[in-house]
Design a protein around this ligand. Structure first.
Ligand SMILES: Nc1ncnc2c1ncn2[C@@H]1O[C@H](COP(=O)(O)OP(=O)(O)O)[C@@H](O)[C@H]1O
Ligand SMILES: [Mg+2]
Length: 383
């Protein structure tokens, strides 16, 4: 029985691909295997005629990423998670793809990642291996165990949280059952979405206090240990995949975010969507000065031979300081990832679009590190 729709048993990597996934050299990986004592299966175990090359499973790779972290081979970040909202009002621009690939890449670097699907379309949930509306009977028919079933969403958690704040004296129940681990506990965590996520918008209208800051306050309370089952401080990154519509959820995600990533389709007319996002961020900062997320624009569906691309590039010059120096090219490989219930990074570690997401991940980390240095300096100056 499987615990997600992905055919994880069929996915194995040779040394070169495993090293690429972990962003390390093959030699370093060999040394890690020696030092960690981890046993990796050999190809000739199943078929004695094949060469005895090592075959890494997805769980092996995430176990190695975690081992690297435990050995302090991963650059430490701040103790509170860095919250990222992937947002743009338009659909089909690459939000869910970016949230998923980035989440996987950061996990492979040894960071602890929580992805939160805020879209009832559940594209991110599917990319991670789940059919959101699957019932227990359907699971059994598909040879899936109960881990494959979505038993709650961020609406479950926020609904209970808002209720507990309503002054009616209700206590929050443990929410840990909502959180999924599609690639073993060493891999990223996911708060999935299903049809009931729609209830969240409704719940906001009854919320006490500032309705824009519910997620932000929830994380503060979780960090103080007041949200049973959500150990938010264990994570280095929280990544929100926002819906393509104006909603309290997206506004809340932006208000909770340190970074807002706006994927921009280079073969489209998306600059208006971007200016709307900028004014939403500015409006939030005016109303709540502690909200000051940094905007990063990621060009997607990039291609050198479309005339529209060069016009878009010119228009984006107005946002030069927010523009990622790396882009994501158009690739036929992405649309298949959802059918296979597996992010491209894990499907084809050495494919060209994967290395583009890898470069973007490195850029994002350089921004995060720079910001943390700045914060430290400002704190030191203030002291
Ligand atoms: N760089 C790309 N090139 C080609 N297709 C892409 C690319 N990025 C995403 N896609 C595909 O485009 C569709 C929409 O992407 P998605 O990430 O779901 O967008 P959004 O979340 O903004 O609606 C999906 O089928 C996805 O696989
Ligand atoms: Mg989406």
């Amino acid at each position: 029985m499987r615990s997600t729709f992905a055919m994880l048993d069929d996915v194995v990597y040779r040394l070169k691909a495993a090293a690429a996934l972990l962003h390390i050299s093959e030699n370093t990986l060999r040394n890690h295997l020696r030092d960690s004592g981890m046993e990796i299966q050999r190809a000739n175990k199943k078929n004695p005629a094949s060469p005895a090359v090592r075959l890494f499973t997805i769980a092996d790779v995430f176990a190695l990423a975690r081992w690297r972290r435990d050995q302090e081979l991963v650059k430490p970040l701040s103790s509170e998670p860095i919250v990222i909202a992937v947002d743009l009002i338009k659909g089909g621009v690459g939000k869910s793809t970016t949230a998923g690939e980035l989440g996987i890449q950061l996990s492979l670097l040894g960071y602890r990642v929580l992805m939160i699907d805020l879209d009832v379309q559940s594209n991110l949930t599917q990319l991670m291996g789940y059919e959101s509306d699957l019932t227990i009977d359907e699971a059994v028919q598909n040879d899936l165990d109960e881990d494959a079933i979505v038993t709650g969403t961020f609406a479950t958690i926020c609904g209970q949280y808002m209720e507990s704040k309503s002054g009616r004296g209700t206590r929050m129940a443990d929410v840990s059952a909502v959180i999924k681990y599609p690639f073993s506990k060493n891999g990223p965590a996911l708060i999935p979405s299903d049809t009931f996520l729609g209830d969240l918008e409704q719940a906001f209208t009854y919320a006490k206090g500032n309705r824009e800051l519910v997620f932000r306050n929830l994380f503060k309370d979780a960090a103080a240990g007041n949200v049973p089952g959500l150990a938010i401080s264990d994570y280095d990154f929280v990544i929100f995949d926002c819906p393509p519509s104006i909603s309290f959820s997206s506004t809340n995600a932006i208000a909770a975010a340190d970074l807002v990533i706006a994927p921009i389709r280079m073969d489209s007319f998306a600059v208006k969507g971007l200016s709307r996002l900028v004014s939403e961020i500015n409006g939030l900062s005016e109303r709540s000065p502690e909200v000051r997320p940094q905007l990063l624009i990621l060009p997607t569906h990039y291609s050198t031979n479309i005339t529209r691309v060069s016009r878009m590039q010119q228009q984006l010059q107005a946002y030069k300081t927010n523009l990622s120096p790396t882009v994501i090219s158009t690739s036929e490989l992405f649309p298949k990832t959802q059918e296979n219930y597996l992010p491209l990074t894990l499907q084809m570690p050495t494919a060209a679009p994967v290395s583009e997401y890898r470069l973007f991940t490195e850029f994002l980390l350089s921004v995060v590190t720079r910001n943390q240095k700045k914060t430290r300096t400002t704190k030191a100056e203030a002291a």
